[in-house]
Write a new protein. Structure first.
Length: 669
């Protein structure tokens, strides 16, 4: 039998900075890295060295995100077999899930947004019930609590508050201050009503016996952190004692207080050497302390032993021209290992969004004239955006110029639920021609938007809530009755009258109540209103519809920005003409996809491009207040990091397109 050839792994050729990491003798090492300096590769090299040269048999490689895990697996495969049993790769939350299961707890994951939404609404109903009971007993409610209950529930605001509260171990901080929750929230500009709702939600999630029943993403880390908080200072946590010969951690910049507490006990638990790497200019997640710019120092203070701090600033990603362009903009010091590596950095100014789109088309044409890469791949321009709404005009222009583009990290603009819903509402107007058709995909997204912006959860059993239980039966009934939007879209796509009725009631039941008075008034607009689709997208009824939706202020802003962007591309066009052009655009995209053509341009969000690199990158619509966005002081650093991530993805050519009236440079940002 012929044996298959043994896999050939890359030879490790670390530079001097990476050699310093490999040869470090300290028990704990922190790597402060800049973009493109090979921090993940360095950790993978360290893992291979520990296993192949130093006899380690239990190496744990941690990352904060799933994207970080994928990067670790990719780099490690260059030096070791992909299924190397000596190395375990997981996120912090996955590690904590394993610890909980080892304790005999059933970890039931709760990842569906619909289920989360309904459970939060049940907690809100339980809180209202509790506060009303206290009022009947003569208790005086804090003004903040009364104000909160008088407002419409903002589920997105709650989920954001919940994530931050758990990541920062808010309950522990309130107990330390000794002021009480209401006073603490006032002093720290926190919403006391959201705090009360979180307390109620946790009461129901944990049940009367204080044993968690449901786990959303991050809850496993939170539960282990709560166990660690119960220990005396310096006390050992047995489940993390002596499990590994080494612990390697990527994405240190994204650590929060709960995850850091877990990491501290790992490092203190006799688990061999610890090596952690992070680019603290790349923290773009809300909630981690590095958003304030002191993440590395915070980690140093938290570790049980003073770590050795090493730096990686020799970038393999881009050459001298890009380094020299980025260094003054961000106040960093990129070096380059290949001073002769081809690199181009060009800063352009635009006067309007249309002018910016025109320049991007010119850049795209210049990229297409470049010879194919050594791999044979056709040239492609990657355009990194801060906000999905910014893609509307760009997609419209690209499609009408025949550019085959792709979207990564965001849907095409006509598939986003708020825009798809507007398209369906335009199609449903009496003045729209019966010949106009929407695709099933657009209509399905429109129905998702309708359900998102008008529906409410079913009423739970108040007795169950009062006794500390979620009404899971009501949740199951509502979930199974939830509309299959693709099936409904397939049924309605050729029946405009039924589609109009469904938009009005969000139901096939003709006796169901109208879901929105604004929507009802919209569908009664006279036929002549369809003469200008751009004006319709700015219609007060449409703005009122979204303003009355049970969404957060941030989501409302996104919807309004989408409406404005949509109105610009269809200004002066009738509804029939606009939807007709859109149909041709969609059909062209479907044909290109069917032919499996490689796109020559791709639009990406900042979040999607993090951890990746591309030969040709353009970062458009950069101007003060837009990219980076205007933000409170504690968030301004994160906005600066968004721009840093976007501008450090290019390996050969980088274009920065700045608004001429509000430029960001010269830096530092």
């Amino acid at each position: 039998m012929v044996q298959p050839p043994a896999p050939v792994f890359q030879k490790r050729r670390p530079n001097d900075e990476q050699k310093a990491v490999l040869n470090a003798t300290a028990k704990a090492v922190l790597i402060s890295a800049l973009a493109g300096t090979g921090k993940t590769t360095t950790l993978a090299t360290k893992a291979a060295d520990l296993v192949q040269m130093r006899g380690a048999r239990r190496v744990l490689m941690l990352a904060y995100s799933d994207a970080g895990l994928a990067a670790i697996r990719d780099r490690l495969a260059r030096f070791m077999p992909a299924d190397a049993r000596e190395v375990q790769i997981m996120t912090v939350d996955q590690l904590c899930e394993g610890l909980l299961r080892a304790q005999g707890l059933a970890v039931q994951r709760l990842a569906e947004p619909l289920e989360r939404n309904l459970l939060i609404r049940q907690a809100h109903a339980a809180l209202r019930q509790e506060l009303q009971r206290e009022q009947r007993l003569g208790a005086d409610l804090p003004a903040e609590a009364a104000d909160f209950m008088a407002r419409e529930l903002d589920v997105q605001a709650f989920t954001g508050f919940e994530a931050l509260a758990k990541q920062r171990l808010l309950q522990r901080e309130i107990a330390r201050e000794g002021l009480g929750a209401a006073a603490y929230c006032r002093d720290n500009a926190l919403d006391y009503g959201l705090y009360l709702l979180l307390r109620q939600y946790e009461r129901l999630r944990r049940g009367p016996d204080d044993e968690p029943r449901l786990y959303a993403p991050g809850d496993c880390t939170y539960e282990i952190a709560l166990q660690l908080c119960e220990l005396d200072f310096g006390a050992a946590y047995a489940p993390l004692q002596g499990r590994y010969d080494a612990v390697l951690f990527d994405e240190l910049q994204d650590l929060d207080e709960a995850a850091l507490l877990v990491l501290r006990h790992l490092v203190a638990g006799g688990n061999g050497v610890f090596v952690g790497a992070g680019d603290f200019n790349q923290h773009i997640l809300p909630g981690a302390f590095s958003v304030f710019g002191h993440g590395l120092e915070r980690i140093r203070q938290a570790l049980p032993e003073a770590p050795e701090v090493l730096a990686l600033d020799t970038t393999y990603r881009f050459g001298t021209a890009i380094c020299e362009g980025l260094n003054p903009l961000f106040g960093v010091e990129f070096g380059t290992h290949y001073p002769t590596k081809p690199a181009r950095f060009e800063r352009l100014a635009y006067d309007s969004d249309e002018d910016c789109a025109r320049q991007l088309l010119e850049i795209h044409q210049a990229v297409l004239r470049e010879p194919p890469a050594a791999s044979g791949a056709a040239p492609c321009l990657s355009v990194v955006l801060r906000s999905p709404e910014d893609s509307v005009l760009l997609e419209w222009r690209f499609a009408h110029e025949g550019v085959h583009y792709a979207c990564l990290g965001l849907k095409r603009f006509y598939q986003r639920r708020e825009i798809a819903l507007v398209l369906a509402l335009l199609r449903a107007l009496p003045g729209c021609s019966s010949q106009v058709r929407l695709t099933q995909g657009i209509l399905s997204s429109a129905l998702e938007g309708l359900l998102r912006y008008v529906r409410r959860g079913s009423q739970p059993d108040t007795d169950l809530l009062a006794n500390g239980f979620f009404d899971l039966q009501a949740l199951a009934q509502h979930s199974t009755a939830e509309v299959d939007t693709r099936a409904v879209a397939a049924e309605l796509i050729h029946q405009p009258d039924r589609m109009r009725d469904f938009l009005l009631r969000a139901s096939f039941d003709p006796n169901a109540p109208v879901v929105s008075a604004a929507c009802e008034a919209w569908l009664a607009l006279p036929p002549e209103a369809c003469a200008d689709a751009g004006r319709l997208c700015r219609h007060p009824l449409l703005q009122r519809f979204f303003a009355e939706a049970p969404i957060s202020a941030e989501e409302l802003r996104q919807c309004m920005d989408s409406l404005q962007a949509l109105s610009r591309i269809c200004a002066g066009l009738s509804v029939d003409e606009f939807l007709g052009r859109l149909t041709l655009m969609v059909q062209s995209s479907i044909r290109q996809h069917g032919r499996r053509e490689a796109p020559s341009l791709q639009l990406l969000t900042v979040e999607r491009c993090k951890g990746h690199e591309y030969e040709n990158v353009a970062v458009p619509l950069v101007e003060r207040g837009r990219f980076p966005r205007a933000a409170a002081p504690q968030e301004a650093y994160r906005e600066r990091n968004m721009l840093y991530v976007a501008l450090t993805r290019a390996t050969k050519r980088l274009w920065l397109l700045e608004g001429s009236e509000r430029p960001v440079s010269p830096g530092p940002v």
